[in-house]
Design a protein around this ligand. Structure first.
Ligand code: ATP
Ligand code: MG
Length: 474
């Protein structure tokens, strides 16, 4: 991590210098600048992306200030592998663009430059400054309730630091002197494993409610605790997330659940009333269906496990699991209210669930289609007569649907049996497959409830005046 940091914190006079009498954002706490020189921390060029370093050197070479900042420095200090590399500079987007042929400016609300090196993209942001009253609305814009609509006011590196979200995300590394710069107390918080929002938490959440999701995500990912004042306003402000465009929330959901710490993210989100803002209907179903929590947690645990083993994961399966309890709940309701048979009831339920979910998070068609197929196949899997099992086996979504079935069994939504049948069927030779189909047909193994019902012969009513036939033991 960083060598001897605690030691010099105890002797602040030696290395700390007060940078601001009053920090530029009036509500941000007054902090002291801390500089860790190259032999006082363990971030080494060897562990950083060569491409990101190239960007720093070129910017410096052209006379600009440039730093690595954010997750890459935080993660390096924690001895974790950084996911991506972000650069902050005093060069404007146009100036950056001119220095790198392989770059393009993206975003309107928040203009940044992507510098591409093959598959790696280094994100370069220009230092952001404060939002004074006199700012031009083309550069900076805030809604009546504090939401930041645009943020393209340039500033100094110190101003940039206090506009970032958490103190641990506001550590800057320079290749001019290989030092780490800290203006917000991030080093101290890394050491204490605390996630602390910079400035006044309520104002910062109102500016960008997604910061609440980021708080949950980093707490889960880093196993950090939320500072008391950072945590306190979340439950009350959580509904502000309803103002965020569904496409942005979809992206956040992927980061929360497809980065290897989904189970913990799910728990933290629920603990703070945030899950209900992303998946309101799933949240309701969780309260009502006894198996729903086990099903979702198991799905998320499997996702984490697959990522740990570097196996592919898909948002289709993730959303299939998160929304399945709602589909079942609606299906039951529709079955009762409209007397719909199983298959059309589930079709209608699925459609309704998706329509409602799209008001909160988008689900691009390329994921919602396979998600529906996974659901539909749940109704095919019990039907195995004739050629049906073979046809289902050939379906491109079979594997996902089979995994989903196992999940439902292990959560106790349905009784076990059908999953084991399919486990054996998949790998059996043809004669054995035929035997399995025959057994499934006659033997009614568990989970075959989806079979078409045979009508029982109706009992004939005995005319009232006729005596009952004698029974054998008479
Ligand atoms: P990771 O990439 O590991 O998920 P990160 O901290 O790098 O984590 P990014 O989304 O890549 O997160 O953002 C880079 C940096 O930009 C953050 O570390 C933070 O300093 C700043 N940042 C990102 N989003 C926000 C936000 N909504 N409000 C304020 N600052 C933000
Ligand atoms: Mg990052």
């Amino acid at each position: 991590m960083f060598k001897g940091f605690s030691r010099f914190l105890q002797r602040p006079g030696e290395r700390l210098k007060t940078l601001f009498g009053q920090s530029p954002a009036s509500d941000a706490p007054v902090r002291q600048q801390i500089i860790l020189s190259r032999d006082e921390h363990s971030v080494s060029r060897r562990n950083l992306s060569e491409n990101a370093l190239k960007v720093l050197y070129r910017l410096n070479g052209a006379g600009f200030e440039a730093y690595l900042v954010g997750g890459c420095i935080r993660d390096s200090l924690l001895e974790r592998h950084p996911k991506d590399f972000d650069v902050a500079t005093n060069a404007t987007p146009d100036e950056v663009r001119q220095l790198f042929r392989n770059s393009r400016i993206i975003g309107r609300r928040f203009r940044i430059v992507h510098v591409r090196f093959g598959r790696e993209v280094v994100e370069v942001t220009t230092f952001r400054g404060g939002h004074g009253e006199e700012q031009d609305v083309s550069q900076s814009q805030q809604s009546d309730d504090g939401l930041l609509l645009r943020d393209n006011v340039w500033g100094s590196v110190e101003e940039d630091a206090i506009r970032r979200d958490f103190t641990v995300n506001a550590l800057y590394y320079s290749v001019a002197d290989f030092s780490i710069y800290d203006w917000t107390g991030g080093l101290e918080d890394i050491e204490a494993r605390v996630l602390r929002l910079i400035g006044d938490p309520e104002t910062r959440y109102r500016e960008d409610p997604v910061r609440m999701l980021r708080a949950a995500r980093f707490a889960a990912k880093l196993d950090f605790t939320l500072a008391e004042e950072t945590e306190a306003p979340i439950r009350e402000l959580a509904p502000l997330l309803l103002q965020i465009p569904p496409a942005r929330l979809f992206e956040e959901v992927l980061k929360l659940f497809l980065s290897g710490h989904a189970v913990q993210s799910f728990r933290v989100l629920r603990e703070h009333g945030l899950y209900a803002m992303l998946f309101p209907e799933s949240d309701e179903a969780l309260a009502e269906l006894p198996w729903a929590e086990a099903l979702i947690e198991q799905a998320l645990a499997n996702t984490d496990d697959r990522l740990a083993r570097e196996r592919p994961v898909t948002p289709a399966f993730l959303f299939a699991a998160l929304l399945w309890p709602c589909v079942q709940q609606r299906k039951t309701r529709l079955g009762h209210e409209q007397d719909l048979p199983d298959v059309p009831a589930q079709q209608a339920a699925a459609q309704q669930v998706i329509t409602r979910q799209l008001q909160h998070t988008s689900i691009p068609k390329r994921f919602s289609m396979p998600m529906r197929e996974i659901w539909d196949l749940q109704q095919q899997l019990p039907r195995r007569r004739g050629r049906r099992a073979f046809q289902t086996r050939e379906n491109p979504r079979f594997r996902a649907a089979y995994d989903f079935l196992l999940l439902r069994e292990s959560a106790g939504e349905i009784e076990s049996g059908l999953g084991a049948w399919w486990t054996e069927f998949q790998d059996a030779d043809e004669p054995r497959q035929q035997t399995l189909i025959n057994e499934a047909d006659g033997g009614h193994p568990a989970g075959t409830s989806g079979k078409p019902r045979r009508k029982r012969p109706r009992k004939r009513r005995r005319p009232a005046n006729r005596p009952a036939p004698p029974t054998l033991d008479e």
